[in-house]
Design a protein around this ligand. Structure first.
Ligand code: SIN
Length: 514
C-alpha cells in the first residue's frame, strides 16, 4: 500500500482518488470545495465511440486532424480505444447520460465526423459527472481536504516525497510516495475565459518548480462562443451542432466564406474568424442565431444555457445572442508518458494539467473529459511499478526531435523598479499579446513586461497571492513558448507566420532556470 496524494477534484482527480483508494492510502486535496472544478461547468459532453455506425478509427482520424500534426499518435489511439470502457465505468459510478429510445443520446460538435458526444441533463454534463464522482469520493476516500492549497511539492534525492499544504490554520508538510497532479488548466491567465476562478494553473506551476518537463505550452484553445457578458459564460458548441449559426451585425453568416464546415469548422478557425468579424464591426460581438431551433427544443436540450440567457434578459429562442471568443482549454502542460508519468519520479499528471500529446496543437471538442478518465485510470494501474528512467522517450521517438526552452526565473530578481504582479494587468497583457493572433514583436514585449513583475513576498501570501505567483510563472512560460514557435499551427496563430506548416512535429519543452 502506497501513500498517494491527489491534487484537484475535477473528473481526473476524482477518478484517480476513487480508483487509488481501492488499494492505497489516499489524501484528496482541493483548493475550494470538491464540486468546484472546470469539470462541473462542462456542457457539451464527452466524446466516445458508443455505436456501431461509428468507429474508433474515425475518432482517431478526427482527433489527429484537429491536432494539426503535433499529436502523439500512440496517445490518440489509446484515448479513442479505451474510451468506451471508461464510459461504462462512469455509468457504473452513477453518471446518468441522456438517452433516446433507451440508447445513449449522441450530439455533434465541430470537426467530429459522427455524432458521438454523450451528454447529461442536456447541457449539464459536467454537473452530472461531478455530482456522481463527488458522491463516490466521499464514500471511498478517507482523507479529503477542501479549502487547502498546495504551496509546493517536496522532493528527496530527485523523487517525490510529499507536499507542503496551506489552509486556514497555516502550512503543513505531508509525506507521499506519489503525487497525482489533477488540478486542471489556467484559463485565468486571460482576461476572458470560460473557466471558473479556481483555474490558475497551480499544478503546472508546481510541476515546473519541481523540475518536470513541460510541453506544448503555446497551444491555448479559445472557444468561439462565450456569451459576451462579464464572466464569459460558455455557450456550448453543441448548440452549433444542433444547427445554430453565427452572424455579424448585418445579419450575414460569415463562416460559410471561411471554411467548408462553416460553423462546425475546427475551433481555432471559428474563433479567429469571429474575432476578425468583431474587428470589422468596431469591436462589437458577433451573434449566435439559435432562433430556428425553437423555444421548446432549446429549453429541453439546453436548460442551463436557456436559464443563464434569461438571467441576462436574453430570449435566445426569439433573438440572436452576442458571443465572443474566450480562453477555454490548455493543450500544453506537464509532459507525460501513456501512463500519466512525468519526468520527475513519483509525480503523475492527469487531465488538463498534463500534456499527454493526445490533443496536439488543438483539441477536438469533448475529448478532454475523455482524456481525463482514460489517463487517470491508466495512471492508477501503474502505481507501485518501477519508474522509467525517461518516461517521455517513446513519445519523442515518434514526434521528432526535442527543442528545449528555458524560462528566466533568474530575471525575476527584486529591483527598485519591480512591481508586485497584478492579476488584471497580467490577464490583460496575455489577452492582448498572447491571445488568438500573435506577433513576434508583441510576444517579445510581453516577455519583457512580465519580467518586471514579481510575486508578493512569500511570508505574507494569501491564497490569491500564491495563485498570482503561479500565473506569473506560467504567463512567462506560455509567452516564451509562443515566441519560440515560429509558425502558425492549430491554436497557435502568428500573424508574422501566416502560412500554416502542417508537417512539422517538434514539441517544445520548457524548463525553468533555477
Ligand atoms: C462545449 O460544450 O462547447 C465545450 C466542449 C469542449 O470544450 O470540449
Amino acid at each position: 500500500m502506497s501513500k498517494v496524494l491527489v491534487i484537484g477534484s475535477g473528473i481526473a482527480g476524482l477518478i484517480a482518488a476513487v480508483e487509488a483508494s481501492r488499494e492505497h492510502e489516499v489524501t484528496l486535496i482541493t483548493k475550494s470545495i470538491l464540486a468546484e472544478s472546470n469539470t462541473h461547468y462542462a456542457q457539451g459532453g464527452i466524446a466516445a465511440v458508443m455505436s456501431s455506425d461509428d468507429s474508433v478509427r474515425e475518432h482517431v482520424a478526427d482527433t489527429l486532424s484537429a491536432g494539426a500534426g503535433l499529436s502523439w499518435p500512440t496517445a490518440v489511439e489509446i484515448l479513442c480505444q479505451d474510451g468506451p470502457a471508461r464510459i461504462k465505468d462512469l455509468i457504473d459510478f452513477g453518471v446518468a447520460f441522456d438517452r433516446e429510445n433507451g440508447e445513449l443520446a449522441r450530439g455533434l460538435e465541430a470537426a467530429h465526423s459522427h455524432p458521438r458526444i454523450l451528454h447529461a441533463g442536456g447541457d449539464a454534463t459536467g454537473v452530472g459527472i461531478s455530482d456522481a464522482l463527488v458522491a463516490k469520493a466521499r464514500a471511498t476516500v478517507n482523507d479529503i481536504r477542501e479549502h487547502t492549497l498546495v504551496v509546493d511539492l517536496v522532493l528527496e534525492n530527485g523523487r517525490i516525497s510529499g507536499a507542503t499544504l496551506l489552509d486556514s490554520t497555516g502550512q503543513e508538510t505531508i509525506e507521499a510516495d506519489y503525487v497525482i497532479l489533477a488540478s486542471g488548466g489556467a484559463g485565468n491567465l486571460y482576461r476572458h475565459t470560460t473557466n471558473p476562478s479556481v483555474t490558475t494553473g497551480d499544478g503546472v506551476a508546481l510541476g515546473l518548480r519541481a523540475g518536470a518537463i513541460l510541453a506544448d505550452l503555446e497551444f491555448y484553445q479559445f472557444h468561439p462562443t462565450a456569451l459576451a457578458v462579464p464572466g464569459s459564460f460558455l455557450i456550448s458548441e453543441a448548440v452549433r451542432g444542433e444547427g445554430a449559426v453565427l452572424i455579424n451585425n448585418a445579419g450575414e453568416r460569415f463562416m460559410q466564406k471561411v471554411h467548408p464546415a462553416a460553423e462546425l469548422a475546427p475551433r481555432d478557425v471559428v474563433a479567429r474568424a469571429s474575432q476578425a468579424e468583431m474587428l470589422r464591426q468596431g469591436g462589437q460581438p458577433v451573434l449566435l442565431d439559435a432562433t430556428a431551433l425553437g423555444s421548446d427544443f432549446l429549453n429541453k436540450r439546453f436548460p442551463t444555457i436557456s436559464a443563464v440567457c434569461r438571467s441576462y434578459g436574453l430570449d435566445w429562442a426569439r433573438n440572436p445572442i452576442p458571443v465572443t471568443p474566450a480562453a477555454h482549454y490548455w493543450m500544453g502542460g506537464i509532459a507525460t508518458d501513456i501512463w500519466g508519468r512525468s519526468s520527475v519520479p513519483g509525480l503523475f499528471a492527469v487531465g488538463e494539467v498534463a500534456c499527454t500529446g493526445a490533443h496536439g496543437a488543438n483539441r477536438l471538442a469533448s475529448n478532454s473529459l475523455l482524456e481525463s478518465v482514460v489517463f487517470s485510470h491508466r495512471a492508477i494501474s501503474v502505481l507501485g511499478d518501477a519508474w522509467p528512467e525517461s518516461p517521455q522517450i517513446e513519445r519523442w521517438k515518434e514526434t521528432g526531435p526535442l527543442a528545449e526552452l528555458t524560462i528566466g526565473a533568474a530575471n525575476h530578481q527584486v529591483t527598485p523598479s519591480s512591481q508586485v504582479v497584478d492579476r488584471v494587468e497580467l490577464q490583460t497583457l496575455m489577452w492582448d499579446s498572447v491571445g488568438l493572433a500573435r506577433t513576434g514583436s508583441d510576444l517579445l514585449a510581453a516577455v519583457n513586461k512580465l519580467q518586471t513583475w514579481v510575486p508578493a513576498p512569500e511570508e505574507h501570501r494569501a491564497f490569491t497571492d500564491w495563485e498570482d505567483a503561479n500565473l506569473l510563472l506560467l504567463a512567462e512560460a506560455v509567452t516564451s513558448a509562443a515566441l519560440a514557435r515560429e509558425e502558425s499551427r492549430g491554436a497557435h496563430y502568428r500573424l508574422d507566420f501566416e502560412e500554416i506548416i502542417p508537417s512539422m512535429a517538434r514539441p517544445i519543452t520548457v524548463r525553468r532556470r533555477a
